[in-house]
Design a protein around this ligand. Structure first.
Ligand code: AMP
Ligand code: ZN
Length: 476
């Protein structure tokens, strides 16, 4: 099947051609573990997951690397100044840097699992690859790309790399020279960036290492180049990240890597648009005010409803989060689960039709293979549910495929729903439901509503069906 992706580098939709037949190597910039991940970060991770699942369903062998940043990311990425985000997080939480790295990584993975995001093949920590990062800087030093700012660090001279900023179409001047940020005046060019930062004199950092240039720590960008090359080889297929990363972080990764590996280091660059708030502001960890998946769970939403909401949009469009949008997504998601549960009741004994299966399978996979059009795939899912010429057994088989591709766990949730429905309600609740049915028949809506509320308060939901009412136990 044809796979097309929008490549930030060419600004075009391109047909995907793997470096090695049947294989895909892809690298995703992962979380900086100084705080909880917010639902914006998780949006990016959901899109990564769709990319991976799409390749798997197309029969590729996927090697996915996602790093864990546990050192070197300063509060001001643009000019390598400010505080180390990890040290700042540790001071806030009154813990060691190593402790917060472990704590927030575990929390991140809990969210990851709750959103049914497949774990990466490799999840390297920046602090486990210090030697590789030093080696990268040494190579760049030998090739003449570096200079030292005494008392500060080893810097990359971006004027030596002609293609600098190609990802965002910017030459040197177009990037940061015009910005009103004061840059370190000792830098040769405003876009130059730190490869290795020295520990401040007289200060012992919690994370610091010896290097040929003195005690210090790697610049944030170094880790992705060093670990990408180490784990995926000198050239690989795809590199992904949020839209904020293309201008500086990925520009710097390319500048660090291509003098060593030759161009192009990476074939396809894929950037995911932000999750924003109602006023269009990017959700960010550094603002201190953000929503984590925990807020979603605490309000009683199934994390799958959040995943469903993300997949209703396209990765190249910013998505404004609101609780109203969440309500709508949760209702839409539940509706599909309900219908899948009904199909399960009808499916046994039915014979799956291969023709219908293949036609719907190909239609849904084609939508996601075409630049990850998940919303289009979900439209097809709705049509499939309505289709009168596809039997229940075929639909259920298709939902197994849809769950592999979109990771929405429809079958699992439908099973849970059925399990709850099969619990017999106690007689007093059945009695309330029977009285409600009578009230409805008498068009006494007020009494019917009160009885529904009473049933609800007792932990049950009364559902009207074609054959009367049934009682469903509410999930804990
Ligand atoms: P961080 O933990 O801040 O290093 O970010 C981890 C990933 O989340 C990166 O790929 C970022 O580009 C991405 N990201 C950060 N903020 C958002 C947002 N509001 N919406 C979507 N992705 C984001
Ligand atoms: Zn990165």
């Amino acid at each position: 099947m044809t796979i097309r992706l929008f490549n930030t580098m060419s600004r075009k939709l391109e047909e995907f051609k793997p470096l090695q037949p049947g294989k895909v190597g892809f690298y995703s910039c992962g979380p900086t573990v100084y705080h909880y991940a917010h639902i914006g970060n998780l949006r990016t991770m959901i899109h990564n997951d769709i990319l991976k699942r799409m390749f798997l369903e197309n029969g590729f062998d996927v090697h996915h690397v996602m790093n864990i940043t546990d050192v070197g990311h300063l509060t001001n990425d643009d000019d390598d100044t400010g505080e180390d985000k990890m040290e700042k997080g540790a001071a806030r939480d009154n813990k060691s840097v190593w402790d917060i790295a472990k704590f927030y990584k575990d929390e991140f993975l809990r969210d990851y699992d709750d959103l049914n995001i497949m774990r990466p093949t490799d999840m390297p920590h920046a602090t486990d690859y210090i030697a590789e990062q030093i080696e990268l800087v040494q190579k760049l030093e030998k090739l003449g790309y570096t200079y030292e700012i005494p008392g500060d660090g080893i810097y990359y001279d971006t004027s030596k790399f002609a293609a600098y900023g190609a990802l965002t179409g910017g030459a040197l001047s177009g990037n940061r020279a015009g910005a009103r940020v004061e840059f370190n005046s000792e830098k040769r060019n405003p876009t130059d960036f730190a490869l290795w930062k020295f520990s401040p004199v007289g200060v012992r950092r919690q994370m610091e290492w010896d290097s040929p240039w003195g005690v210090g720590f790697p610049g944030w960008h170094a880790e992705c180049s060093a670990m990408g090359m180490k784990l995926l080889g000198d050239h690989f297929d795809i590199h992904t990240g949020g839209e904020d990363l293309s201008r500086v972080h990925h520009a710097n990764e390319i500048a660090q890597s291509e003098p060593i590996t030759g161009a192009p280091w990476v074939r396809y660059w894929v950037h995911f648009s932000f999750l924003v708030d109602k006023s269009g502001e990017k959700m960010s960890k550094s603002s201190g005010e953000f929503l984590g998946l925990e807020s979603v769970r605490r309000r009683g939403y199934d994390p799958m409803a959040y995943r469903y909401m993300i997949l209703l949009g396209h990765f190249q469009t910013q998505l404004a989060f609101s609780w109203d949008a969440m309500d709508a997504a949760a209702a839409g998601y539940k509706n599909i689960v309900r219908r899948v549960a009904d199909l399960m009741a009808d499916a046994p004994g039915g014979q799956r039709s291969d023709d219908a299966y293949n036609a719907w399978h190909d239609r849904i996979l084609a939508a996601v293979s075409d630049n990850m059009k998940t919303a289009e795939a979900l439209v097809a899912v709705q049509e499939l549910l309505r289709a009168t010429d596809v039997n229940a057994a075929t639909k259920i088989a298709l939902f197994e495929f849809i769950d592999r591709l979109l990771g929405l766990q429809f079958i699992d949730r439908a099973n849970r729903l059925r399990a709850l429905e099969n619990v017999a309600a106690p007689s007093e609740i059945q009695e309330l439901a029977a009285r409600r049915a009578t009230a409805k028949a008498d068009r006494d809506w007020a009494t019917a509503d009160n009885l529904r509320a009473e049933i609800d308060a007792a932990g049950w939901t009364v559902v009207d069906t074609r054959d009367g009412w049934k009682l469903v136990k509410k999930a804990e």
